[in-house]
Design a protein around this ligand. Structure first.
Ligand code: F0G
Length: 466
């Protein structure tokens, strides 16, 4: 039952839970925000979270855990070796995903580090639909090539297509022909495709990419951070899947893969954690060695026993249909509020986030002056809302041979929705802020870098206004 709002004819998403603990948030005044954003070098990663009213920087590690998960923390077994929670996690992974071997890590990028360091050598190539930034950085750090093979539809932000996260089989086959399967130790597929707008991958595409990998003897792994959201989209959008349960879809998705890298901070509904899960016992033993060196003994891998328990419980909880329905509808609600006001947003709306197309929103700011970051800064200034740029600040790079700057196709600003955290009225506040900025958009100015680190520059860069 939705409420009708002034001038807005859409359903307000209805939370399938009630609030048990509250965390106060405060709105610092406009003048103070102006000082704070300058002190932060126009980079919202440098702000204190306490100075932010609505924080849509990320959906990662920001979930509200359920009472069942909190209760599980008390059952944490903090033994160095063989804690009971590790076995609970193993059972949950096996039940939900079907993989018998699990290596816990403190978060997703640690799983990437252990996995790629074990598997890759210089000059190797890793195809993916689109690499997430830490995934790309981990591949490139080992002097391997991170190759994005997403379908062309993903590049048109206004095109309505149910599975814009799909990998293009022809691009993958061409890569295999070009480099040879010996130089491709793994094909990854990111579900949902975060850097391409949180778009899902279809079961048909998973099946086809898996087949190509098998035919060429290449292991096929998921970057599974948002696997349940991907499964919900399959249920809603893919013919023949509407009658399957989420857990059936999830099982089928994973049945085509040899394993996955998981940032549990997303769809395991926890604040910290990750893992590698897989079928190949020999590879499991190879990975274990580096895990012990970098993360910890294989039954805790950089986490406390209680964290493992929360992940085990979250992995099952996230399959709940009423939760997923609310989750995806809430994200779409923000998307619709913006879309109806004429703000250019990526279509269809992603699972965990709404993405504003900053190139279209701020056509007077060239990509060399970071239009996405300009909008991000404006949202903090105007409304104390934090979002994140996924565009030229994150991805533009100089060609090492020619010295020429290459800008990404997409210049997006991501509004990521933490799971089970914000209400509809808070998202309406965010939408109003964007709409108000839209009304005076020609006043927004571009930015230039004054400091940048050698990689993952968006986290610590400092900028000034042009
Ligand atoms: N893979 C994907 C698809 C991700 O979205 C992330 C993190 C990671 C891997 C790395 O996991 O943070 O646990 O080390 N994404 C967050 C985000 C940070 O905001 O999208 P992590």
């Amino acid at each position: 039952m939705g409420r009708k709002r002034k001038g807005v004819d859409m359903k307000t998403p209805l939370e399938p839970y009630r609030v048990k603990v509250v965390e106060p948030i405060r709105l610092v005044d406009r003048q103070r925000r102006e000082e704070l954003i300058r002190e932060a070098g126009f980079n919202v990663f440098n702000l204190r979270a306490e100075d932010i009213f609505i924080d849509l920087l990320t959906d990662s590690g920001t979930s509200a855990m359920s009472m069942h998960q909190w209760a599980g923390l008390m059952e944490g077994d903090e033994s160095y070796a063989g804690c009971r929670n590790f076995y609970h996690l193993q059972e949950a992974v096996e039940e939900v995903m079907g993989f018998p071997f699990v290596l816990p890590t403190h978060q997703g990028r640690a799983a990437e580090n252990v996995f790629f360091t074990t598997l890759l050598k210089e000059g190797d190539v890793v195809p993916n639909n689109i690499h997430f930034d830490t995934t790309r950085a981990n591949v490139e750090y080992l002097k391997a090539v991170a190759l994005d093979c997403v379908v062309d539809e993903a590049k048109d932000t206004q095109l309505e297509h149910p599975f814009k996260g799909n990998m293009d089989p022809e691009t993958l086959k061409a890569a295999i022909r070009q480099y040879g399967s010996e130089r491709i130790p793994v094909v990854l597929m990111t579900i949902t495709n975060n850097s391409g707008g949180g778009q899902p991958v279809s079961l048909a595409n998973i099946r086809e990419i898996s087949r190509i990998c098998r035919e060429n003897g290449i292991p096929f792994f998921f970057d599974a951070a948002r696997f349940a959201e991907n499964a919900y989209f399959i249920k809603m959008r893919e013919k023949g899947c509407e009658h399957l349960s989420i857990s059936e879809i999830v099982r089928e998705m994973f049945s085509y893969a040899d394993g996955c890298l998981m940032s549990a901070k997303k769809d395991a509904l926890v604040n910290i954690g990750g893992f590698i899960a897989l079928r190949d016992e020999a590879l499991y033993h190879r990975l274990q060695n580096l895990l012990i060196l970098r993360e910890g003994f294989p039954t805790y891998g950089g986490l406390a026993g209680r964290d493992l328990e929360a992940i085990a419980r979250g992995l099952r909880e996230v399959l709940d249909l009423s939760y997923l329905q609310f989750r995806i509808e809430q994200t779409a609600y923000l998307g619709q509020l913006l879309d109806q006001a004429g703000i250019p947003v990526v279509k269809p709306f992603g699972g965990h986030a709404v993405y504003v197309d900053a190139k279209q929103f701020l056509p007077h700011i060239p990509q060399s002056q970071f239009p996405g970051q300009a909008l991000t800064v404006a949202l903090y200034r105007e409304a104390s809302v934090r979002v994140v740029e996924i565009g030229s600040l994150m991805f533009a790079a100089r060609d090492p041979q020619t010295g020429e700057m290459h800008y990404p196709d997409l210049e997006l600003v991501r509004f990521a929705i933490p799971r089970r955290v914000y209400t509809a009225s808070q998202l309406e506040y965010v939408a109003r802020a964007v709409i108000e900025i839209g009304e005076k958009r020609e006043k927004l100015r571009g930015l230039r870098l004054v400091y940048e680190p050698p990689f993952l520059r968006h986290f610590t860069a400092r900028l000034e206004e042009v």
